[in-house]
Design a protein around this ligand. Structure first.
Ligand SMILES: CCCCCCCCCCC/C=C/C(=O)SCCNC(=O)CCNC(=O)[C@H](O)C(C)(C)COP(=O)(O)OP(=O)(O)OC[C@H]1O[C@@H](n2cnc3c(N)ncnc32)[C@H](O)[C@@H]1OP(=O)(O)O
Length: 398
């Protein structure tokens, strides 16, 4: 049986409707001849084939609702009433398709054919001609998704996916670990994490959930729990002061990790959001321990369980942020401050850092392991998969 996660996996790469044989791989709406040359009132088999062909030429995604309608009408027109067994509750995508087809009841094949052709005609007529290729999105920058620079005894790791609000891909998790490993050995005094563009980081890239290996979602969840544990361990064990230069909104894991940083400087534009409840997830990055310790259990619960978003000022009042700067002078003031700190005796800085971290290190590793175990279960839950499908589907990724 195909599982929910496997379906999501497939959808990330192709249009779901292809899976049941309906030719709906629709890349773009463009101006097409009205009614596809059909003159008679009843649509023929040939009209249907023409319409299907036109759909294949579309260059713009018409949205899930339309795709489901087209899928259902095509199946009804070619096979009659729905003859598939009802998919399981977790198989959200196939269930949506099954629901759409079943909803047509005993609609005659000819009527379904006609409705399909009419729907394609109306969408084609309403659509615009293809536009020339657009320039890169605002703020998009050459270079990889992660940029690492080392200058004036500061190693800076920059999230560099502004068009995706700096969401963290699986590759980026790996690259951050490598960058931290290198920074722990280079001549830098401070290691900084920051974001390029409007956002600091929008957290875990939710399409990470779609890349399911042939061994299945359980294996994916297991390996991701290991990856996440190793990733957070790198922050726990990092031997030098870690500084977050939070240039804009921060979401999810980019917020929870801040409890493991030594300094968190934020622009007054920044916000701090951990929407684990709505995502069917639970906290990570040791935040289930660091946040209550820092802000008290009730404020921590408001953020981590109920997903309350904090402004930079609020986060500062709760101890999550060290200092807030006006956005207009943020970069200048923060980097001046950091450069001054690099003039301090490096061994003293390192020793102070070590004695501060050593007391809680063992506890942090235990918390990390527990959080990753809980998440491994959460990732496989219907609550989480539905939330991810909702996000991806709203953005036309399914
Ligand atoms: C089997 C299990 C596998 C699990 C693998 C897990 C590995 C480790 C996991 C570690 C645990 C981490 C947890 C978290 O971080 S939870 C938080 C996750 N993040 C979110 O929920 C934020 C989602 N994004 C948003 O809510 C909005 O995009 C946002 C408020 C950030 C901005 O909204 P706005 O309307 O201003 O902009 P858009 O939504 O149009 O976004 C612009 C484009 O950026 C894409 N985007 C943004 N955020 C993400 C994201 N987190 N993942 C993927 N893509 C993202 C968005 O889709 C837009 O793209 P397009 O222009 O292509 O549509």
């Amino acid at each position: 049986m195909t599982t929910m996660a496997q379906v999501i996996c497939g959808l990330a790469r192709r249009w779901c409707f292809g899976a049941l044989g309906s030719p709906l791989q629709v890349p773009c709406l463009q101006a097409l001849p009205l009614h596809l040359g059909r003159t008679a009132t009843r649509a023929s088999q040939r009209d249907l084939e023409n319409a299907v062909h036109q759909v294949k030429l579309w260059k713009k995604d018409p949205g899930n609702e339309v795709k489901l309608k087209l899928y259902a009408l095509y199946k009804q027109a070619t096979e009659g009433p729905c003859n598939l067994p009802k998919p399981g509750m977790m198989d959200l995508v196939n269930k949506a398709k099954w629901d759409a087809w079943s909803a047509l009841g005993s609609l005659p094949k000819e009527t379904a054919r006609e409705n399909y052709v009419d729907l394609v005609s109306s969408l084609s007529a309403a659509s615009e001609p293809p536009s020339p290729a657009k320039p890169a999105a605002d703020g998009e920058q050459a270079g990889g998704d992660l940029v690492v620079t080392s200058e004036n005894h500061i190693t800076t790791i920059t999230f560099n996916r502004p068009a995706k609000k700096n969401a963290i891909t699986t590759q980026m998790y790996q690259d951050i670990m490598l960058a931290l490993q290198a920074a722990s050995k280079d001549d830098s005094v401070l290691t900084v994490l920051t974001g390029n563009g409007e956002y600091y980081c929008s957290g875990n890239d939710l399409t990470n959930f779609t890349d399911i290996p042939p061994e299945g979602p359980e294996e994916k969840a297991r390996t991701n729990a290991i990856l996440l544990r190793e990733f957070v361990d790198c922050f726990i064990d990092f031997p030098k002061p870690l500084v977050a230069v939070v240039n804009g909104p921060a979401v999810g894991i980019s917020v929870t990790l801040l409890g493991l940083f030594d300094l968190v400087y934020a622009s007054d534009r920044a916000t701090f959001h951990t929407p684990f409840g709505p995502l069917g997830l639970s906290p990570e990055g040791c935040s289930s321990y660091t946040f209550p310790k820092m802000m008290g259990p009730s404020k921590a619960a408001e953020m981590l369980i109920f997903g309350r978003k904090l402004t930079a000022q609020e986060a500062c009042a709760q101890g999550l942020v060290t200092e807030v700067f006006p956005d207009s002078t943020f970069q200048k003031e923060v980097w001046t401050r950091l450069r001054a700190y690099t003039k301090l005796p490096p061994n003293a800085v390192r020793t102070s850092r070590e004695v501060m971290r050593s007391k809680g290190r063992e506890r942090l590793h235990a918390v990390n392991a527990e959080e990753c175990g809980a998440l491994q279960q959460r990732w496989l839950s219907e609550e989480c998969t539905s939330a991810v499908v909702r996000f991806l589907s709203r953005r036309g990724k399914l």
